[in-house]
Design a protein around this ligand. Sequence first.
Ligand SMILES: [Zn+2]
Length: 547
Amino acid sequence: MTDLVLVNANVLTMDPDPAARPRASAVAIAGGRITALDEVPPGATRVADLHGATVLPGFHDAHNHMVGFGMSLSEVDISSPPIASLDELYAAIARRAGTTAPGDWVIGSGYDQNKLGAHPDRDALDRAAPGRRVWLRHTSGHMCVVNTPVLAALGVDSAATEVPGGRVVTDAGGRPTGLLEERAQLLVGSLVYPYPLAELADAIARASAEYLKEGITSCTEAGIGGGWVAHSPAELAAYAAARDQGRLGVRVDLMTAGEVLHPLGAHPGDNLVAALDLGIRTGFGDDWIRLGPVKIFADGSLVGRTAAVHDPYAGSDGSGYLQADAADLQAAIIAAHRSGWQVATHAIGDRAIDVVLDAYDRALAEYPRPDPRHRIEHFAVVQPRQVARAAELGVVPVPQGRFATELGDGMLAAVGPARGEWLYRQRSLLEAGMVLPGSSDRPVVSGAPLLGIADMVNRRTASGAPFNPGEAITAHQALRAWTWGSAYASRQEHVKGSIAPGMLADLVILSEDPTAVSPDRIAGLEVLATIVGGHPRHDAGALDGLG
Ligand SMILES: [Zn+2]
């Protein structure tokens, strides 16, 4: 019994099989799966004429922070735009403070000191929000600024304290400025974590509703359960709750924060040296909620200049830092590999990338395993020799296309002209034979896939400067990244990421074909409908209420 047939469609299948058809004009769906291409099964009653609209596999964001994004929707938006100066930022904080009880939190996210001229300052925040606790997250997520009541509650309002893998920044007189870098953010976490699961489920529902409007049908959450990216040790239960309530609209792959792995006491021959209880690991779950890789942080942020690079940042003698001792990082990566995990390591600077490639190399030599598909998240400043080595090790690099527009100017300034051609590679990764996924790192930047796809093609910064333009790719390659590439990165390409009989019926319907319009129009194309598991979950009229 066929559930739905889309006809008169421009279907781009993204099927990697050379024997398969690259395009089709009709898709038949039954039982949540695609059953046929280019035919209308007899007896089909629900037939939607798409009048030539374009159908693609649903978009899959291979690296985003869904809970963080959902929570940011209820926080003060301090990103630029709309905030153009520090004065405007303080005014926005003052407005929110006016509706916040004394002692409560004013939380904002998305500021970028490259656009504001400086980080916000604790004293100005105290004046803007007297008696309130203020916590402002940097757009990178790798640092934040807090005001005096928060510093006082942490016992660091008059003198800094040493934090391994992070920094409590002080002024020339040794007084903390309110800026907390990297793992020093865990200090604030101690005041607000853990969040109640109901609040997290609400955030997931809010994010999910946005994602469906943008054509997203799957996403990979880049770290839950521990460390500074997490919101609760029981974060997976929030996803399960959202699903039970019918509010999880997209399929999720959840990365486990490396911090929560532990020895299990299983048989020594099982090699479970870094595990979760019951031995569950990458791949556990179903088509809706599934455990992805383990997430390990090697370094920090490029625009924040905390990422570990070999040569110092432009105009400075700083070269960033690793989030842990190199030997400890490598031991954690090897232990996770040994215990059967797919490993996704955040590594931005070329120095951090070397540490991670060495660890993957050793892990594979000491504990060989077919097709581990270890990932490097961001893979931002990459020397030519590192491209070749990553390809040889079967690494899946996970760069973010949208960073070009929203963070590109700050990145170019951070690395200087000599390293501009190493930034956020795409084309050279494909040419080296690697699979390229599509991802946003939302809420770090806007997460709508069409924005990311447009940026992968156009490669321009907000100021209009070319952003390492030699690494631009075609619209078709960018679409393939956001569909099949992301499915591959999450070891799911056998069930999603292309349109073929037997695959999950996860589809996005676009007003026009991104491969046929001029590159500057891609970002403005309309998402007409989003179908997940055969059910229309967003419909701007394309399906005429057939859902
Ligand atoms: Zn991230």
